[in-house]
Design a protein. Structure first.
Length: 752
C-alpha cells in the first residue's frame, strides 16, 4: 500500500464524512452514545494510518461509508456503527481482537472477530468447497450475532458502489458472488432496497451491455408512463379522497436486474413484460390495529372501480411472508386488456418492505429491548436457514440458497392442514412435505377433482390429495429436477441411494452366481478387467449395470467361452483376462455401457481476444455462445480456456465460487465461422407449419439446419432446431421473423 501523507484537503474531507455519519446517528431514535462512536472513529483512523484504497482515496473513507450504510440504510445503532468503523482493522493493520476488546467491549470484539474470519470479498479458497465453507461460516455466525452478516452486506454494498477501480475479472467475480449469495441474503433479511441495489450494481458489472440496453428502455418507459398513470388512477383517487383517508398514490418500476431475469426466464422481450409497472397505495393508519381493516376497505374501492382478477389476489396481511413482507396485491384488468397490479400497504408495512430492520426499529412499540432484542427476533426469523448447520459445506450452500427463497405459497392437505412451500413447488414437493414415504410412492395428485402428474406446479390455496400405491417405491433420479424444496431433494437422494445399494447388491450376486456357473472364483484382477471391459469406472458401477439388466454378463461369458474353446483352451480367469484385454484393444467390438461423453465440444476452437494470455479457446457446449453474446472465459486446471455466455448458469456458479478461474474475453473481429445453436419453437399445430419454419430458416435467411426434432400433441406443435448461426444479430433477426408467424407462439434459445 502506498504511504503518502494525506493533504489538508483530504484530512478535512475525512472529518467531513465522519461528521455527516455522526449527524445521521444523532437524528436516529437510538440512545445517543456519541462518545463511543467518536472513539471508534479515532481508533480506526489511527489504525489504517496512511493506507489508501485502489482508487487512491484514504482507506478510512471505506469504514466510514460502511458505518453510514449500517446506520442510515439498515437503521442499526452504536454497537453496529462501531463494528463497521472497525471492521477491517484486525485484518489490515497490526491491531488485534484483544486490543479491540480492551478499548471497546467483548461484544464489539466478538463481532469484529466474526467479520475478520469471513473474507467474502478477499479470495481465500481456490476450490469450490473452501469458498462454500466461507459462506457457510458467514451464515452460521448469524447464530452468534446477526450483526456480522448485516455489516458484511453493508461492506459488500459499499465495495460494489466503488467497484469501478477494480480489475475487470475481479469485478465479475464480486458481481457474480453478490448475485449468488449476498442479494438473496439481503432479500431474506427483508432489506429490499439494499437487495435491489446489490442486484442492479452487480448486473451492471457482470453484463454491462445488457444492463445498458435494459436501463435505456426502462428510462424511455418511465417517461411515457406519467400521463397513463394519472388517467388510470384518477377514478380511484376520487374514491379515496372522499373516504377521507390519508394516502399516497404512486407507482413502482421493476429493477433492471429483475426485468432481465424475468425476460430470460420467460423468454420474452422488454415490450412483452407485463409487470414493469405497478400501482402502489400507501396509507397512514392511526392505530396498528386499523391497518388490515383499511386495506380491505381500499380493496373494495379498487374492486368497485376496476375489473379485478380474483385468481391473482395475493394476500399477505394476516400471514406475512417469512421476511416480514406484509401487503395486499390485486390485479386489475383494464378495458384495453392490459393487466396492472395494485399494491395496498400501510406506511408501516411499506417501510418494513423497503428497509427491513430499520423500520422494525422505528415501529417497535413501547417496550425497549434495544438492538440486542431485535437481533434475537431476527434470529428466530432466520431459523429455517440455520437448520441445515450440520450438513457438508456444499450441501449446506445449496440448501441455504434454496431456503432463501422459501415459503411463498401455502397449500392444503385433504384434511385442511396448511403447508408452506416455495413458489414453483410441485406435487412431489408437497408429497415429501407431508411424509417421505408418501413422496416415494407418489404417482400424481388430485386437485379440484382433476388428476395431475408429479411435476405439476402448485398454486396458492390448492387442496391436494396425493395418489399412491402403498409399498411401491416409484422414486427415480429425474425427480431431483422436479422438486424445488431442499427437504424433498434430500429425501429423494436418500431413497435413491437406498435403491441403488439394493441394485448394487443384486448385481454383485448376479456376477458371483454367473461366474461360478463357469466354475470360476472371483478375484480382484478379474473384477477390474470386467469393469474395464464394460467401460465403467468402478466395480460398483459394474454391479449397478448388472443389477439393472443393462449388462448381460451371462451372454458375454458364453461368447468368451466359445472363443476360448476355438483356440483349444479351457475357460479360466487367465483366459478371460487375456480375451478381455485383446477385446478392449479392438475398439467397438463390444458395445460399452459407459457414461455419456463430456459435455464439451472439443473440436471447435475460436480465436478470441484475451488480455495477456495465449491459449486455445473452446466454446462451452452448456450454453453454446455465439458471436455477439456477452462472454466470460473460464480456465481449467490444465490451462484450457472455455468460453461461456456471461448469463450461463454454469458460468455464474464459477463466478461466485471460483472467481480466480475467470478470464475476461471478447470476440475478436468479425468471425465468419458458424456457431451451432439450439432453438425451441412451439405453436399451434397446423398444416404446413413445419414447412414454413424450414423455409424461413433455410431459404429466407440462408441458415443451415443441422437437426430437427418435432413432436405434435393435442394440437400443440413443439420442435427443436439445431442450426448454424453466424452471430447474435442473425439470431435476433430469425426470432423476429419466426414470431411474425401467427401459429408460432414462442421461440426461445435453449440453454444447457
Ligand atoms: Mn471492508
Amino acid at each position: 500500500m502506498k504511504k503518502i501523507d494525506f493533504t489538508p484537503q483530504e484530512e478535512s474531507a475525512i472529518n467531513e464524512a465522519f461528521k455527516e455519519l455522526l449527524a445521521i446517528y444523532m437524528q436516529s431514535e437510538h440512545s445517543k452514545k456519541e462518545q463511543r462512536i467518536r472513539t471508534a472513529f479515532s481508533f480506526a483512523k489511527k489504525a489504517h494510518d496512511k493506507a489508501r484504497r485502489k482508487s487512491g482515496e484514504p482507506y478510512i473513507h471505506h469504514p466510514i461509508a460502511v458505518a453510514r450504510i449500517v446506520c442510515q440504510e439498515m437503521g442499526l445503532g452504536s454497537t453496529s456503527i462501531c463494528c463497521a468503523l472497525l471492521h477491517d482493522v484486525v485484518e489490515d493493520t497490526d491491531y488485534t481482537v484483544e486490543n479491540i476488546e480492551h478499548f471497546f467491549s467483548p461484544k464489539i470484539a466478538e463481532i469484529v472477530d466474526g467479520l475478520t474470519k469471513i473474507k467474502g470479498d478477499k479470495v481465500i479458497g481456490k476450490d469450490k468447497s473452501l469458498q462454500a465453507e466461507n459462506f457457510r461460516r458467514l451464515v452460521l455466525t448469524m447464530n452468534d450475532d446477526p450483526r456480522v452478516v448485516l455489516i458484511k452486506i453493508a461492506d459488500r454494498l459499499h465495495n460494489l458502489r466503488t467497484l469501478g477501480s477494480m480489475p475487470l475479472n475481479k469485478q465479475k467475480k464480486i458481481a457474480g458472488e453478490t448475485l449468488e449469495f449476498f442479494s438473496p441474503l439481503a432479500h431474506r433479511l427483508g432489506l429490499y432496497t439494499i437487495k435491489s441495489e446489490l442486484e442492479n450494481l452487480s448486473f451492471k458489472y457482470d453484463q454491462p451491455e445488457r444492463y445498458e440496453e435494459i436501463s435505456q428502455k426502462l428510462l424511455k418507459y418511465e417517461n411515457g408512463i406519467e400521463v397513463f398513470f394519472h388517467d388510470l388512477v384518477e377514478p380511484l383517487r376520487e374514491k379515496l379522497t372522499e373516504s377521507k383517508l390519508n394516502f399516497e398514490l404512486t407507482y413502482r418500476l421493476k429493477g433492471v436486474y429483475s426485468i432481465s431475469q424475468k425476460m430470460r426466464r420467460k423468454q420474452i422481450s422488454f415490450e412483452e413484460m407485463a409487470d414493469i409497472f405497478a400501482v402502489r397505495i400507501i396509507f397512514d393508519a392511526k392505530r396498528f390495529s386499523d391497518e388490515i381493516l383499511i386495506c380491505r376497505q381500499i380493496q373494495a374501492y379498487v374492486e368497485q372501480t376496476y375489473q379485478t382478477r380474483q385468481d391473482r389476489l395475493r394476500d399477505w396481511l394476516i400471514r406475512p411472508k417469512p421476511n416480514g413482507y406484509q401487503a395486499l396485491h390485486l390485479t386489475v384488468m383494464l378495458p384495453s386488456k392490459h393487466q396492472i397490479e395494485i399494491q395496498i400497504r400501510s406506511r408501516r408495512m411499506h417501510d418494513i418492505a423497503e428497509q427491513g430492520l430499520a423500520a422494525h426499529w422505528r415501529y417497535k412499540d413501547g417496550d425497549k429491548g434495544g438492538e440486542d432484542a431485535i437481533m434475537v427476533e431476527l434470529l428466530a426469523q432466520m431459523r429455517d436457514i440455520l437448520q441445515y448447520r450440520d450438513s457438508s459445506a456444499t450441501e449446506f450452500l445449496d440448501n441455504f440458497k434454496a431456503s432463501l427463497y422459501a415459503n411463498d405459497i401455502y397449500v392444503f392437505t385433504p384434511k385442511g392442514e396448511e403447508i408452506h412451500l416455495p413458489f414453483g413447488a410441485t406435487v412431489l414437493d408437497f408429497a415429501y412435505a407431508v411424509h417421505s414415504g408418501l413422496g416415494d410412492e407418489c404417482m400424481g395428485a388430485k386437485i379440484d377433482h382433476k388428476l395431475y402428474p408429479c411435476n405439476h406446479k402448485l398454486k396458492c390455496g390448492d387442496q391436494i390429495e396425493i395418489v399412491n400405491i402403498t409399498d411401491q417405491v416409484r422414486c427415480e433420479p429425474s425427480w431431483i429436477e422436479t422438486v424445488v424444496t431442499p427437504n424433498a431433494k434430500i429425501k429423494i437422494q436418500a431413497t435413491l441411494r437406498r435403491l441403488q445399494k439394493a441394485i448394487c447388491l443384486k448385481g454383485e450376486e448376479i456376477f458371483l452366481t454367473t461366474i461360478s456357473k463357469y466354475g470360476i472364483k472371483p478375484d480382484k484382477a478379474l473384477i477390474d478387467n470386467f469393469t474395464h471391459f464394460y467401460g465403467v469406472n468402478t466395480p460398483d458401477e459394474l454391479y449397478i449395470n448388472l443389477g439393472s439388466d443393462e449388462i448381460k454378463i451371462d451372454e458375454d461369458l458364453n461368447k468368451i467361452e466359445k472363443a476360448v474353446a476355438q483356440e483349444g483352451n479351457a475357460l479360466n480367469i487367465k483366459a478371460i483376462i487375456a480375451y478381455i484385454s485383446r477385446a478392449s484393444k479392438q475398439e467397438n467390438t463390444i458395445p460399452k455401457t459407459s457414461m455419456p461423453a463430456t459435455p464439451i465440444n472439443k473440436k471447435e476452437v475460436y480465436q478470441l481476444e484475451v488480455k495477456n494470455a495465449q491459449a486455445n479457446y473452446l466454446l462451452a457446449s452448456c450454453c453454446k455462445p455465439i458471436l455477439g453474446d456477452e462472454i466470460t472465459g473460464v480456465i481449467t486446471k490444465n490451462g484450457q480456456v472455455y468460453v461461456h455466455r456471461s448469463s450461463c448458469s454454469r458460468a455464474m456458479q464459477i463466478k461466485s465460487t471460483q472467481g480466480d478461474r475467470l478470464l475476461s474475453v471478447m470476440w475478436a473481429g468479425q468471425e465468419v465461422k458458424a456457431f451451432l445453436t439450439s432453438i425451441f419453437i412451439s405453436g399451434v399445430d397446423s398444416k404446413g407449419l413445419l414447412g414454413t419454419i424450414c423455409n424461413i430458416i433455410s431459404n429466407q435467411l440462408s441458415l443451415q439446419i443441422k437437426t430437427v426434432n418435432v413432436t405434435t400433441n393435442d394440437g400443440v406443435f413443439e420442435s427443436q432446431f439445431d442450426i448454424d448461426i453466424p452471430s447474435l444479430d442473425m439470431l435476433r433477426k430469425l426470432f423476429v421473423r419466426l414470431k411474425e408467424e401467427d401459429n408460432i407462439i414462442s421461440v426461445k434459445r435453449l440453454e444447457n
